[in-house]
Write a protein that binds this ligand. Sequence first.
Ligand code: CA
Length: 215
Amino acid sequence: MAKILIVEDERAINDLIKFNLELVGHECAQVFDGAAGLNEAMKFKYDLIILDVMLPEYSGFDIMEYIEGTPVIFVTARSAPQDKIKGLRLGADDYITKPFDIVELVERVKAVLRRTHADVGCFEFDDIRVEFDNRRVYKNGAEISLKPREFDLLEVLVNNRNLALSREKLLQLVWEFDYEGDTRTVDVHIQRLRQKLGIADRLQTVYKTGYRLEI
Ligand code: CA
């Protein structure tokens, strides 16, 4: 997957981001102040930089002035609209304010990587191959027919693999906010994915929470 630099001085947040991005298969480097962030961003080619704004030595906005060609997501406690506008004007691809939902961060990382083509268009595990661009799924080389929502659900599960996702979160990510249905819809679609793809052992129920695709 992608090589991601995390520039964040709060160690707990930096670690949390790293932990979750690595769970879904990315490779992360961590730095904890502005000078190290600038140095690292200049020295190595990353697919994406997660950049805090308020940092010791140089701010995220300062660092952004020097970054060319690498996508950036600002993650910051500064939620004022003028800060967001400044961040996006400087060329950031996205702007997330703290406190943030880690699943949302993982999704936004995925979205930016897809936009910037740093991410691969398919994902394979066991005998399953998922092609995101043409929305096709194969098992042992034979195409498996999925309904649009089943594919959407599989895509969210793959993108957030190894993370426990609540039924509510899945409803939100797959059916989006306008959906008025209940969480049993999620259960039904999970069941269908398990049956159609034969992934019952991978697609696990998380007690009292929801589901997790374990890979
Ligand atoms: Ca900070």
